[in-house]
Structures are given as C-alpha cells and as structure tokens.
Design a protein around this ligand. Sequence first.
Ligand code: ADP
Length: 385
Amino acid sequence: MNPLRKRIGVLGGGQLGRMLLEESARYHVHYAILETSEDCPCYSMANQFIKGSLMDELKIRELAASCDVLTYEIEHVNTEVLIQLEQEGKQIIPSPKILQLIQDKGLQKEFYQKNSIPSGKFFLVNSKEEWAPFIPLLGSDKFVAKTRKGGYDGKGVAILNSQEILSDPSLIPFDEPCVLEEFIACEKELAVIVARDQQGNIVTFPSIEMEFDPIANLVTVLLSPARISAELEQKAEEIARNLVQALNGPGLFAVELFLAKDGEIYVNEVAPRPHNSGHHTIEACYTSQYEQLLRILLNMPLGSTDLVQCAGMVNLLGADDFSGNYYLENLDLVNKIAGVYVHLYGKTESKPKRKMGHVSILAPTYEEVKEKANYVSKVLAFKKD
Ligand code: ADP
C-alpha cells in the first residue's frame, strides 16, 4: 500500500498525540483519534475523532476497524483488547505485548534482570505485610517503593526512610503489589530515545539530561546532549539500544536512566511512546521523535537523529493559584528571541501544575541555552483570563 494513504489510529488525544499529528501534517496521512472527551489537544487536528474510553473494547474495535495501523500515546489503555486485535491480524506498534510488560513495573524489572540490562536491585511484594524482610536487603538508609501498575508522573512512587518504615509500618504508603527498589544515588538523570523500524534497524537520539536549576525558580531544564563524557554517552546509548533490541519489536521508546554517583548507568524505566524528554527534537534534531514514530508506522526508513545545535526544553505548567480560562503572559517578549520555540497544547483550562505547553531552545552553547531557558521560565506565566 502507498504509505501516504495509510490511516493511523491513535489511542489517546493528549499533547504527545498532538505533536505526532503536527509533525505528520507534511505527509498528509489520515489520523483517527480515540479519546474520552472532545476537550483534548488532538481534537481540532484529527481527521476522525471517536469519543470513548481507552478501556472500552467496542470503541477500540471501532478505531481499529477504521485504520490500517494503531499506536498509543499513553500507557493506560486496554491492553487485553489490543492483544486480541493483534492476534486477529491488526498491526499495532509497539506491540501490545511490549506494552503489557511495560505497564507492570515488576515485570519490567524482571525483564531487565533476565536480559542483563543494568538496573537496581529490587524485590516484589503483594501487600504491606510482606515489606519488612526485604527492606534491610536494599542497602542504604533509603529505598524506593513503586506500585506495579497505574503510576505516572511520580504518582505511585515513594522514596522512604528504611528505619522509619521498619519501626512504624503504618507509614507504608501502598497496600497493593509493589516493587521495592534500591535507592540509586544519582549524579544525573538521563534519557535516551530509541527508534526501531519494522525491519529491525535501530537508531538512538543523543542523550538528554534533566537539570534541576535552583536559580531558575526551581525549574527543571532538559538539556541535550547530556554533559557527560563520550564514553558515558556511548554507554548510555548502548544500554538503551540493548533494551530495545530485547523488547524485540518496532516502535519509539524512551529509556530513562540514572547516572549513579559511582559512574555506573542503570535503567529506571522505559516508555513505549514519544516522551516529554524528547520534545526538543522537533526543532533540535534533523528528525524529531514524532516524525520518527510516523516513519515507523508507515514502514519508511528512519531519519537522522543528529542535533542541529545544543538544545534545551522547559515545560510550561499551569499556575498554582487558579484553574480555568487563561492567557500566556509575556509571549511577545519570548517570541523576540532567536532559537526559542513556544508550543501550546490547546488545553481549554489551566490547572495547577498541568502540562500546558513547552518551550524548546536552541543555541550554540549550553550557557546560552540555559540563559534563554532561565529568562523564558522567569517571564512566561499563565494568568487567569
Ligand atoms: P514515573 O513512572 O511516575 O515517572 P519513576 O519510576 O520515573 O516514576 O520515578 C520518579 C522519580 O523518582 C525518578 O525520576 C527519580 O527521580 C526517582 N526515583 C525512582 N526510582 C528511583 C531509584 N531506584 N533510586 C533513586 N531515585 C529514584
């Protein structure tokens, strides 16, 4: 089939989907979106919109029936139905079997162990009564607990004090199947985005580091490439590539890594979709993470992931002091600066800490990237309209 005639179905209509649609507009492909409400970032851009839950078998089947290939921009979808559809011959990228593994942080950790992917020590528990014997085995004075399913954006993750939990078990925050992990003392948090096409070719994007900058009002700036040695860069890309090789199927994957203080690199987790840490690739790389996914879905060759310049990215979050209609203050000031690209996700309401947009920044040096990022995050603000 002519790849440009392909109809792509996406489960989820959030900002990651929206940027996939934006980056695909040049190819005039047909997109159908499944999402619970028309009030979502993809609605105005989709060729076809199906309103329904991402758990609803009938709606997912309706989406599948109208498309040649399916993908998803969020992990919380009905994987069982997708697995059935795949067995019935529907093309779904990445495979829902990979998604099923990733949805469960316990299965993910076991997968790393089985495939010799470096990742911290862990134990699996089913209820809070089972925690105590494992806590002393997790090393230092701290450990990390994660619910196996359903967590996102730090929800379902707790960094805990071992002694406190052992002496007062009522402090245990989760009473459901959990992973208890060794706490990794981090030098930096890194991410590597990996694309694997339908032929099995794999490319990696230059690494990203998350910089927590106290001067910039506690704003986190993502920088790429990460400021690490060439050897560490190579190692990070190799670990991410090996992980995706072991997942054994096409797709775009974001591998979150810890560079530990001892110089070792460990996998934290992987996301089987475009990722917040790859937003900058739209302007900063020859081929963005979104276009790369489109190419994979259309069975086209992968593009170059080289960076055009040093890049940064700042998320634009809803202000803490209101919910509702909004405008973005000082957009005009920011738009005067070269190499600064404001992205707004078209959400009708701002809410505290909601991801409303982001700003990508290009410059010849890290210093200039950080200078622009600090300015942007200082002046841009969502205000009540
Ligand atoms: P989510 O899937 O909700 O994003 P993560 O597993 O990425 O949750 O954890 C959120 C954050 O918690 C990480 O970005 C990191 O800062 C911290 N964290 C998670 N696991 C560990 C660990 N084993 N050691 C140290 N810090 C951790």
